[in-house]
Design a protein around this ligand. Sequence first.
Ligand code: PRX
Length: 572
Amino acid sequence: MNDPHALPAVAPLFNGGQPSYETGALRLALGLASDKPFNLGALLSDRLCVQGHGDRLALVWENHSGLRKDFTFDDLRRYSDVWAATLADLGIVAGDRVCLFLDRVPDLYFAFLGILKLGAVAQPLFSQFMADALEVRLADADTRAVITTARHVEKVRSARVRLPGLSWVILTDVKPGAAPVLGKGETAINAETAPPRAFTPLAANDDTPSLLHYTSGTTGRPKGAQHVHGSVLSQFATTRHVLDLRPEDVYWCTADPGWVTGTSYGIIGPWAVGATQAVFEAGFSAPRWYEFIARHRVTVFYTAPTAIRMLMKAPPPAAEQLVSLRHMCSVGEPLNPAAVLWAERVMGRPFYDTYWQTETGAIMIANVPGLPIKPGSMGKPVPGIEAAILDAQTHQPVTKPGAPGLLAFRPPWPSMFRGYFKAEQTYQSKFVGAYYLTGDRGSVDSDGYYWFVGRDDDVINTAGHLVGPFEVESALLRHPAVAESAAVSKPDPTFGEVVKSFIVLRPGYAGSDELRLDIMNFVRKHLSPLAMPHAIDFVDKLPKTRSGKILRRMLRAQEWGEPVGDLSSLDD
Ligand code: PRX
């Protein structure tokens, strides 16, 4: 299909004509000498100032009540220096994990850059996580400090009781002059009112740890994917080539920096390019989103299919609200062909789907300007990335067009994760032969377009957020009525998938709607609203293999109306 809204082919990114992910060329474009150290935090702030762009808008921030604040690249430089210097005063050193447990407030961005300048490791966590989810991730990372606000500090305090390694809880919203109600090991930093501090950023290299992003798997606890300063090469290249972002753009990424999209493309990519970012610290509302695009003249928009489906259900925008938009991309879940076509009709241009993962650090497969879109396809591997569909048994590339198999990539690439924190074996298990296995299934057609088929594991992708069944089941087991449980995905017209639980009750409990609600709330309050089961079936027993493993696969297939598959190991 020809794409009537295709943008002109991207102008050559780098010296050589064809867009290139050759690292030497990327370094040149970023002004990095190949043999010299650099620092990602400084690259995203100080570098722009040195280049004479200090007065340009870096961040236009607005919150739910209409408060607006603008920050230049020079502001980013100053406030991140304050963060870096103050964290150093507190005894935080290079390599320490510092958690950002914040809504999308300006300090999240300043502190993020400051942590990188110091050489510490930023550990962003979604602020909607409740105490249990928080504690597991802070314990795993052996986190030294948590940066948060009054709104979330109680969750940190309750988790902290069992976290002896956590030296500091830092609040960002204690008003200057107010008597702060700070407990032991708590302090307050206000970068905007603090006197400027000079700070020399750590001389890092490509492999210096930068970020630890927690992601969920089928079994066990969430895993911390370790990223490095050198990841910026991939993020810069894809921000230019896929998101088509230029310094003169106003860019809006709706993802929260608690998730990888919100850091790779909500902080690193756009500021590496030198573009202005608009950030809306507010929940979803179609009319307010359209107003936000109009008010800030957003030119490039990056969001997720769940949000697009919610826009589709709402009244359409007024034509003049979207005149500034010139490019829109999507990530995180399968993008329905209907959503691509709706956007063309109602928003004036299609969404370009992009595929990647926490582990890959940057976009791997994408629809890019100039490439005709096949609605429903994720597009083609980006330059420099070699993708393959592997046979599930032999792990050899499948050669028949359209045949499903395991989606894999051939490492390395600059933003490739360098390990799961303290989980070397799990990390190794992601590689077979020459390939990194994504855990997804897909196919590739005769034109080289990739299509998403489904996950190859039991992880639930709800509204673009991965939820591990093990974490939900562990939370459910802490409820007094629950003897056994299984959590699987169930299709949902808006969220793509939601969590559904099958529960065997303890003796003395009877299934009722009231108990259902109580259990749902229990998960919401202890783990997170995302992990809350939207449906619960009370059952007498769960299907298990002869060795006692719960057959989630069978329960899931039932929910999706798919064939249940081989049940020869079922214990009956
Ligand atoms: O299953 C794929 C799905 O989201 C997973 C990665 O989730 P996460 O690590 O949280 O990162 C999310 C944003 C980068 C993938 O393994 N996924 C991501 N993009 C797509 C997708 N599924 C279908 N289509 C996509 N475009």
